[in-house]
Write a protein that binds this ligand. Structure first.
Ligand code: URA
Length: 221
C-alpha cells in the first residue's frame, strides 16, 4: 500500500550543492572518507534550514563604519541537537560549528534486525526540563526508514512538554513509510530532508538509498 504523506510538512532541500553531494554519498563506489565529506556538506545545508525557526533579537554592533542594531539568535534560546546513534553522529561536528551554543544530547537506539523496532541503549535527554518553551530540538539521523527510532526520540521530547513546532527531524534520505509513520502520530512536525526515496525493501533498507549509513560513514562494511 502506498504511504500517505503530507508534503506541506516535509521540507525537501533541492539545492544543487545538496543534490551533487547526495549523488556522491549514494554511489556504492565512493570510499568512506568521501562519503563522510559529502554527507557533512549536506548536513550543514539541512541544519541551516532547520535553524530558520530560531527566535531572533536585536543587538547593538559597531562595525568599522557605524553602530547599528543587528539581528542575532536570542541568547536565551536553548538549542538541543539530538543525534540518533550511531549514524546521526555525522551531523554533530557541523551542528556545533553552526550553533556553538547548542548542547548535544545523544540518543542510543539500534534497530532490531528482525522486528525493525528500535532498541534503547543510551539516553542523554534531560530528565527535568525547565522553560520548555525556550527549547528548540533538532533530532538528526541520516536515514528515515520506518521512522520508529525517530518517533521514539520525538516522544521523549514531547513528554517533556516541548512544543511540537520547536522539534524538527533532520534526515538526509527519507522513505515515504517513515514520513507517514511520523505524521500519523505528529501531523504538525516538520521534517527536513534532501530526498524522499521510493520504498523500504524487505531487509529494511531504503531504495535507492545509500545502503547502511552507519557502516558507510564509519567504515564497518
Ligand atoms: N538505515 C540505514 O542506514 N539505511 C537504510 O537504508 C535504512 C535504515
Amino acid at each position: 500500500m502506498e504511504a500517505v504523506i503530507n508534503k506541506e510538512k516535509v521540507r525537501v532541500i533541492l539545492n544543487p550543492v545538496v543534490l551533487q553531494n547526495l549523488c556522491v554519498m549514494r554511489d556504492k563506489d565512493t570510499d568512506t572518507q568521501n562519503v563522510r565529506i559529502a554527507t557533512r556538506k549536506i548536513t550543514r545545508c539541512l541544519l541551516y534550514e532547520a535553524a530558520k525557526n530560531l527566535p531572533l533579537v536585536e543587538k547593538e554592533v559597531t562595525t568599522p563604519l557605524t553602530t547599528f542594531r543587528a539581528k542575532t539568535i536570542d541568547p536565551d534560546t536553548n538549542i538541543i541537537i539530538s543525534p540518533i546513534l550511531r549514524a546521526g553522529l555525522i551531523f554533530t561536528d557541523e551542528a556545533i560549528d553552526i550553533l556553538p551554543q547548542a548542547c548535544i544530547r545523544h540518543i542510543g537506539m539500534y534497530r532490531d534486525e528482525k522486528t525493525l523496532k528500535p532498541v534503547w541503549y543510551y539516553n542523554k535527554v534531560p530528565m527535568d526540563v525547565k522553560d520548555a518553551n525556550d527549547i528548540y530540538v533538532y533530532i538528526t539521523d541520516p536515514m528515515l526508514a520506518t521512522g520508529n527510532s525517530m518517533l521514539a526520540a520525538i516522544n521523549l521530547y514531547v513528554e517533556k512538554g516541548i512544543p511540537i513546532n520547536h522539534i524538527k527531524c533532520i534526515c538526509i534520505i527519507s522513505a515515504p513509510q517513515g514520513i507517514s509513520n511520523i505524521q500519523k502520530h505528529y501531523p504538525d512536525i516538520e521534517i527536513i530532508t534532501a530526498s524522499i526515496d521510493e520504498y523500504i525493501n524487505e531487509k529494511g533498507y531504503i531504495v535507492p538509498g545509500m545502503g547502511d549509513a552507519g557502516d558507510r560513514i564509519f567504515n564497518t562494511l
